[in-house]
Design a binder for this molecule. Structure first.
Ligand code: PMP
Length: 277
């Protein structure tokens, strides 16, 4: 696999990362995960806009123009002959001896590479179980930064409880999941947390809301509680890699009939049709 690191395309074996990289010791950087279907980058523009916004909010200057970053991604897909998979891209503030203030001399560093990853078809079709967990993250969850320790801890908590995912909550209000957004359906209305500072503004969240509106489904970008989630007719998570994955059980109790719901199936079908996957 060919990687891109610090201005060049390079083999993984030849890539050297400095211990002075602020991404390495402070998590001082931002990232994106892109999906590739049929050799094409899915929703590239949305990802690029979010990357630009994360960079500007944490005051990292993008090392290249957006179109040059897009060319790097395209070249990675072509050179690695990627048909189905993901591209990971991160930009750190640069290399400097460890000290908290922004370094004056450092240049931001872009790392990008592809992975061959198949769609998680089994869970997309059969659904997953989730448990509730307190959302202990900071108050800028809208930024896609490298600081993912709470998300990693949350995902492991799910695995330790024998389920696949957690529903994060603040004082009983559901926000999102460890690496995906959360939606529920009650009486044919689709509810999801508003895109504010408490959740990541997911690309697939936006895609699903667009599809739902096109299908004339009523959409309320409104927060809901864990109790409301338990009483929901259907629930699912959305994300670049998980697409639309039903939640069929929450805190040990079935959601709706305990199987992927009708509207969820409809949204999945429309999603697959839209992206020809
Ligand atoms: N929330 C969190 C915390 C995430 O890590 C992700 C995955 N990047 C998402 C939501 C879903 O975002 P997207 O649809 O852009 O992948």
């Amino acid at each position: 696999m060919l990687y891109f690191y610090k201005n060049e395309f390079i083999k993984k074996e030849e890539l050297r990362i400095s211990p002075d990289d602020r991404g390495y010791y402070f998590g001082d950087g931002i990232y994106e995960v892109f999906r590739v279907y049929n050799g094409q980058i899915y929703e590239q523009e949305g990802h690029m806009q979010r990357l630009q916004r994360s960079a500007s909010e944490v005051r990292i200057a993008l090392p290249y123009k957006l179109e040059d970053i897009e060319s790097i991604l395209t070249k990675l897909v072509h050179e690695n002959r990627l048909i189905e998979g993901t591209i990971y891209l991160q930009i750190t503030r640069g290399e400097a001896p460890r000290a908290h203030p922004f370094p004056t001399e450092a240049h931001p560093i872009l790392l990008a590479y592809c992975n061959e990853v198949k769609r998680p078809i089994a869970t997309i079709r059969s659904g997953i179980s989730a448990i509730a967990l307190e959302d202990i993250r900071w108050l800028r969850c809208d930024l896609k930064t490298l600081n993912l320790l709470p998300n990693v801890m949350a995902k492991q908590a799910a695995i330790d409880h024998g389920v696949q995912e957690v529903v994060l909550h603040r004082n009983g209000i559901a926000t999102e999941c460890s690496a995906s957004n959360l939606m529920m359906i009650k009486n044919n209305v689709l509810y999801t947390h508003p895109a504010n500072n408490l959740i990541l503004h997911g690309i697939t969240r936006a895609v699903v809301l667009r599809i739902a509106k096109a299908l004339q489904v009523e959409v309320h970008e409104e927060a809901f509680t864990l109790e409301q989630l338990l009483q929901a007719d259907e629930a699912f998570i959305t994300g670049t890699t998980v697409e639309i994955t039903p939640i069929i059980q929450f805190d040990g109790k079935p959601i709706g009939a305990g199987e992927p719901g009708q509207l969820t199936l409809k949204l999945q079908e429309e999603f697959e049709r839209t992206f020809a996957i």
